[in-house]
Write a protein that binds this ligand. Structure first.
Ligand code: ATP
Ligand code: MG
Length: 495
């Protein structure tokens, strides 16, 4: 019976002789260390301790042999060379006249990682707050310096020497101002304008914008998943994040190389290991920006997201690029990790949440909410956009009926068109495109007010619509357009 309990215990158990040679190990201990039982038995525990623990190991053994019961944390090496953190409870026992050491081991590698990540994000948060406070003060002082240097420089009578000194002050203040503006995105909550969007489009736009800054010997490889679920966020901030990551990659490759940008979706529930516990489970967009550059030395890795941390030299370098990226990712309720080896390139992984509602809503065709005197019928096959519109309109006191299926929407309109004041429709939809839908709606009710939404430059001039919204748009844009359309007589507008 004791043998069975020993073998099946959820804790790793090892028995060592007085010199540290393992003479017995249960299944869990073998699993944790990645060894077969036969390979583990006969090894000296000293061989599987990590280097930094070996010195303490001897002292620990002698205390154990003197009869002290010990509870400690240590690190062991698995057979494959990976390090595991263990919580160990150990003491000496005498069996058949032999003094042995029994050791009960719990693998706490993941717990330690999660704790380290939580501590790191708390540290970053406090630094962010601190920097925010300093920046506010700094910005005011810079404004004063800039305004007065400006006044002096307007004075045509000042001596040329004084003029050039003041010009230097002005330029320095301008440079400091630029850094402050970059850092403001660390705490720019009020300017965050969430819209649903496809990050692949933002990547393409950003690359077009900055490709002229990349040397000829740098190639950019894209592996963008299509179709890709939308995320909800701020497009300008996302662009800024990509620019900062791409520029860092470029700066790491002065002799050329490759930047790879990938997008995919990932279920964080299934891939928990590298993600801190503070991040909620669910479907995430996984963006990676990798380069084949010089990599990041181990000692720099824990600091790269801190504001003003830089290993570069030069007047224009402030060490804020990744701090800004960190702030933006956090703002989007996401998470960022880095993988890099000195001399062997760098990969930054960004995880941004895809609306959880999306999976819950699939299959729900219709949501009818009654709140105010006017009723708006919305159809968009992209659930996130449909939800954005629904919430914004409800918040502004409208009744809202939403569909993700244009056919079902048409069916509803046929039976209830008298109660609908405005229809908002997407143009590109798989079941039936918006143009066809608009024609059918007009056949049922020639005077119905219609707002079209489109992400393309498609010409819908002849559609006789009352308003047109180009994607991406903000919730407030659609609300003001609905109000405007309701207030005016039917009046045909164009996109
Ligand atoms: N792709 C990369 N390859 C190698 N090192 C990197 C990479 N990205 C960041 N680093 C390291 O992280 C440090 C911090 O990066 P960060 O973008 O915050 O500041 P910076 O690039 O030094 O300055 P700034 O972005 O203000 O011009 C860099 O100095 C560099 O050592
Ligand atoms: Mg940078």
């Amino acid at each position: 019976m004791f043998k069975t309990i020993f073998e099946n215990a959820g804790t790793g158990i090892m028995i060592m002789d007085s010199s540290g040679v393992i003479i017995e190990a249960n299944r869990k201990a073998c699993e944790m260390h990645g060894y077969n039982r036969d390979d583990l038995i006969g090894l000296n525990i000293d061989n599987i301790e990590t280097e930094k623990n070996r010195k303490i190991f001897r002292e620990r053994m002698s205390r154990l042999l003197k009869g002290e019961a010990m509870f400690f944390e240590t690190e062991h090496l698995r057979k494959d060379g990976a390090k595991i953190s263990l919580e160990v409870s150990s003491n000496a026992v005498e069996i058949d006249g032999r003094l042995l050491i029994q050791s009960f081991q719990q693998d706490i590698t993941n717990r330690k990682k999660v704790m380290a990540q939580i501590l790191y994000s708390q540290k970053m948060e406090s630094i962010g707050k601190l920097v925010d406070g300093i920046m506010h003060e700094f910005k005011n002082n810079l404004t004063i310096i800039q305004s007065f240097t400006d006044v002096i420089l307007q004075d045509k009578t000042i001596a040329p020497d004084t003029f050039s000194c003041i010009s230097i002050i002005e330029k320095t203040a301008q440079r400091a101002s630029k850094t402050v503006s970059q850092l403001r995105s660390l705490a720019r909550k009020d300017e965050f304008e969430p819209v649903p969007f496809n990050i692949n489009t933002v990547i393409e736009n950003t690359l077009t914008m900055i490709s002229k800054f990349l040397q000829k010997d740098i190639t950019v490889r894209r592996e963008l998943k299509e179709p890709l679920a939308y995320i909800v966020g701020d497009i300008n901030q996302t662009e800024q994040m990509l620019i900062n990551l791409i520029i860092n990659a470029k700066e790491a490759m002065p002799y050329g190389g490759e930047i790879a940008i990938k997008t995919d979706t990932i279920d964080i529930y299934d891939n928990r290991l590298n993600i801190p516990a503070v991040i909620r489970s669910g479907e995430y967009l996984h963006l990676t920006v990798s380069d084949t550059g010089k990599g990041i030395a181990k000692e720099h890795l824990p600091h790269i997201f801190e504001p003003f941390y830089t290993t570069k030299e030069g007047k224009e370098v402030a060490g804020v690029g990744l701090a800004v990226v960190y702030g933006i990712v956090k703002e989007h309720s996401g998470y960022i990790t880095v993988e890099s080896k000195d001399g062997h390139g760098t990969t930054l992984n960004v995880y941004l949440p895809i609306s959880k509602k999306k999976t819950e809503m699939v299959g729900t065709e219709e949501v009818v909410q009654f709140k105010g005197p006017e009723t708006i019928l919305v159809v968009d096959d992209e659930i996130l956009i449909m939800e954005l519109l629904r919430d914004a309109l409800l918040e502004n006191g409208f009744n809202v009926v939403v569909y993700i299926s244009p056919l079902k929407c048409l069916e509803f309109f046929r039976s209830k068109n008298q109660v609908i004041d405005v229809v908002i429709t997407d143009i590109l939809m798989p079941e039936m495109d918006g143009i066809q839908l608009i024609k059918s709606l007009r056949e049922i009710s020639p005077d119905i007010k219609i707002i079209a939404m489109t992400g393309s430059n498609m010409d819908i001039q002849d559609m006789h619509i009352d308003g047109c919204l180009r994607k991406p748009f903000k919730a407030s844009d659609i609300v003001s357009m609905v109000k405007e359309v309701l207030n005016r007589e039917r009046n045909v507008g164009n996109c």
